[in-house]
Design a protein around this ligand. Structure first.
Ligand SMILES: Cc1ncc(COP(=O)(O)O)c(C=O)c1O
Length: 402
């Protein structure tokens, strides 16, 4: 008789994991207040209030709210002075928006491989990729795991190159106790529906420098100066990339819960690391001890087929799902293999056929991922994930083809 659920055995669980986004009556009240205020857009108080509170939450001096994470990256690149033909160093293991934002400025993305097993840019390889055209470095704190910000800041200072942190997946993440997004010249976050702090759509750019703040403000708001401007119209040019009061009100309400939710996800992530690390064939992502809190927009690990009696990642994932665990993987293609880099709508025709990043290519094939809502589960929920993996490991013989 078969034990594994995929072969007809009893599954480890049939109940679902927490759903996202969570609902709270306080959010509805926030909406009603906006409705009754008749100030739904520019001139309202919620957008500036949220910008200030979120900047404080992540440890930055200023925040400029925009309509998406992609916009946040685009505006930050422009405020950093990135021009057509400049080069921007980034990671090939990311969501396409990171790369599309660079293309939107007509600059050229330069890909630096990820560090072994880490899913994050290998900071030891960045200096080799710097040329006289390099204008910015765009690290991505993927799944909320903070990149090595100490080294990034050091490189930035040494070469006078701007750092734009892509924090779209890293709300609440901290490096040496200080929020991600407050280390580089700019920190860009997304509030799209799946994100750990969400309002359907939206984004924010954080920064510490007043001059960069005023430039960013103008770029997102038709060239206007911010109400608290200290400089004379630093950037007289921009367009409408503004956030609405509805979004800001919802974000303010949800921000009150982010600290607790981030701690829960981080705790569950570390707990899963401890247990997965004991299972031959599953490798946990090394976490730098300076990454004091992970934004945990999901959980990541690596599957090693050879150490799992030769079964493929697909077979393992199918067996886990049959046990009731919604596990999958994220990116399967390194960004430099994206078809949109060749003859895209911004008129570029970029050829990356000679680019190979072996570590990224490896993780694209072997990565495992749980989404952030799963990390909002209870201790018992986490135990079920581990129980399912152990059950499959013990009964792997059932999955081996004759
Ligand atoms: C790493 C990364 N960068 C940028 C973005 C873009 O954010 P948005 O979808 O809000 O434009 C996302 C969001 O999906 C992302 O995951």
């Amino acid at each position: 008789m078969s034990t594994l659920a995929i072969n007809g055995g009893e599954p480890i669980r049939t109940k679902s994991f927490p759903t996202w986004p969570t609902l709270d009556p306080a959010d509805i009240e926030a909406f009603e207040n906006i409705y009754n205020s008749r100030r739904w857009g520019v001139g309202g108080t919620k957008v500036p209030e949220f910008a200030q509170q979120f900047a404080e939450f992540q440890g930055a001096n200023f925040g400029v709210c925009v309509n998406s994470g992609t916009t946040a990256l685009y505006i930050a690149l422009k405020a950093a002075g990135v021009c057509p033909g400049d080069e921007v160093i980034t990671t090939p293991y990311t969501f396409q928006a990171t790369v599309v934002a660079i293309l939107m400025t007509h600059a050229v993305p330069v890909f630096v491989d990820t560090a072994p097993d880490s899913f994050l840019i290998d900071v030891s390889k960045i200096e080799d990729a710097i040329t006289e055209k390099t204008k910015a470095i765009l690290p991505v704190h993927i799944a909320g795991y903070p990149s090595d910000l100490d080294t990034l800041v050091e490189i930035s200072n040494k070469h006078n190159i701007k750092i734009i942190e892509d924090c779209a997946q890293a709300h609440g993440g901290e490096w040496r106790g200080k929020g991600v997004g407050s280390w580089g010249h700019f920190g860009c976050f997304s509030f799209q529906s799946s994100k750990n702090l969400c309002a359907g759509e939206g984004g924010i750019i954080l920064m510490n420098d007043r001059e960069l703040y005023e430039r960013t403000w103008a770029l997102h708001n038709c060239g206007r100066t911010p109400p608290d401007a200290e400089f004379d119209n630093i950037e007289p040019f921009g367009a409408n990339f503004r956030m609405t009061e509805w979004q800001a009100a919802l974000l303010l309400s949800r921000l009150t819960r982010l600290e607790e939710e981030t701690n829960l996800r981080h705790m569950n992530m570390r707990w899963l690391d401890g247990w997965f690390g004991e299972i031959p064939g599953i490798k946990v992502t090394p976490i730098d001890p300076r990454a004091t809190r992970c934004g945990s927009h999901g959980y990541k690990a690596l599957f090693n087929s050879e150490e799992f009696e030769g079964i493929s990642r697909k077979v393992f994932l199918d067996a886990m799902r049959a046990e009731g665990i919604p596990i999958g993987y994220w990116y399967t293609t390194p960004m430099y293999r994206s078809s949109f880099l060749k003859s895209n709508l911004f008129g570029q025709d970029l050829d990356y056929s000679d680019v190979h990043c072996p570590e990224t290519e490896k993780i694209c094939q072997s990565g495992l991922a749980l989404s952030q809502n799963v990390l909002m589960g209870s201790e018992e929920d986490m135990e079920d994930i581990i129980k399912a993996a152990i059950k499959i490991r013990r009964n792997v013989g059932e999955l081996l083809s004759e």
